[in-house]
Design a protein around this ligand. Structure first.
Ligand SMILES: Cc1ncc(COP(=O)(O)O)c(C=O)c1O
Length: 341
């Protein structure tokens, strides 16, 4: 089976498993896991932040990242299809008592509505209105088809938010993909945000784990939220070793995933499987399913039977994702499988 469901499906390589097996470990809650401490120092330095916190998932990292800025009755402004808006169980409301304001763009929306669309939701200060305190952006933007926004584009939103006294959170689950696609460094794309979440478990190929970057002043509050969410893990150095290995060995190759995603997008069209809904900038292709399959479920079932797995994203749309385990031979096998559908 060629697995194009997500870049989270990768399994640790033999070299990564060796690094994990040899990791020195301690107790994270007691602050003495040397490998976790090293990972936090390395990623903080690399992205230009004072401190980083290693947590089990991108969802927890985002939730802590937004939570450090929020009080009950506050509002978070974010693109309508951001992960933190749609796929985190309503955590902003459930855990922090804050309101999620989903910003929809115009017809040309590529996942990052313009500043004017955010501005329309900047009601207040008014005693009757929730208090907007934070914008949360996503780069690359998963649901918009892995779109990557260069630093200059994000800079407009950051300057606007700063001008209105809003804090700024970035869901950078695939920040390294964004860097590979835009030519900006990951540090350039992270600059100007107060908190940034990065995942090691997606394109970077580690089994699980994310880091939240932040200024030291937010660390105590972040620690408290992490514990409340059950994220006070112990010998997590085993997993931090995988993340460190990924930073050393799996960042420079991300461009290959982008090239193969474009190759698969061409195959979608050539074999009348579907039509990409956006320019393919990174490792994700959202596409409209060709009408001959009826529904996306119909296509997904046929493709799976032919040995290529992916997910529907709506009744007529689906998504494919490339990653560490999709090499040129896998692309050739997809070509052969789709030709026969
Ligand atoms: C953009 C984005 N942010 C956050 C997450 C959450 O990561 P996790 O699955 O580790 O909770 C995902 C997961 O796919 C994602 O795509």
């Amino acid at each position: 089976m060629i697995d194009l469901r997500s870049d989270t499906v990768t399994r640790p390589t033999a070299a990564m498993r060796k690094a994990m097996a040899e990791a020195e470990v301690g107790d994270v809650v007691f602050d003495d896991d040397p490998t976790v401490n090293r990972l936090e120092a390395v990623i903080a330095e690399r992205l230009g932040f004072e401190t980083a916190m290693f947590v089990p998932s991108g969802t927890m990292s985002n939730q802590i990242g937004v939570g450090v800025h929020l009080a009950p009755g506050d509002a978070v402004l974010m693109p309508a299809f951001a992960h933190v808006a749609r796929w985190e169980g309503g955590g902003i409301a459930a855990s922090f008592g804050a309101v999620m304001v989903h910003i929809a763009g115009g017809p040309d929306d590529d996942g990052l509505p313009g500043v004017a669309a955010f501005e329309r939701h900047l009601y207040g200060p008014h005693p009757k209105a929730p208090r907007p305190v934070l914008i949360a952006l996503e780069n690359t933007h998963n649901w918009a088809g892995g779109r990557a926004y260069p630093a200059a584009r994000i800079g407009e939103h950051l300057a606007w938010a700063r001008g209105h006294g809003l804090a700024r959170h970035l869901d950078g689950a695939r920040l390294m993909n964004a860097a590979a696609a835009t030519g900006n460094t990951a540090a350039e794309l992270a600059a100007g945000f107060d908190t940034v979440s990065v995942c090691f478990s997606k394109g970077l190929g580690a089994p699980t784990g994310s880091c939240l970057l932040m200024p030291r002043a937010l660390r105590e509050k972040a620690n408290r939220i992490r514990h409340r969410l059950g994220g006070g893990w112990r010998q997590a150095g085993l997993l931090a070793a995988a993340a460190l290995h990924a930073l050393d060995h799996h960042v420079d190759r991300l461009g290959e995933d982008h090239v193969r995603a474009r190759a698969l997008a061409e195959l979608l069209v050539r074999h009348e499987i579907g039509t990409p809904l956006h320019p393919v900038e990174t490792n994700i292709v959202q596409f409209e399913v060709h009408p001959r399959f009826g529904t996306s479920e119909g296509l997904v079932a046929k493709s799976r039977a032919a040995g290529v797995a992916f997910f529907p994203t709506g009744p007529k749309t689906a998504r494919i994702v490339t990653h560490l385990e999709v090499d040129d031979e896998a692309v050739a096998r997809v070509d052969a499988a789709w030709k026969s559908l």
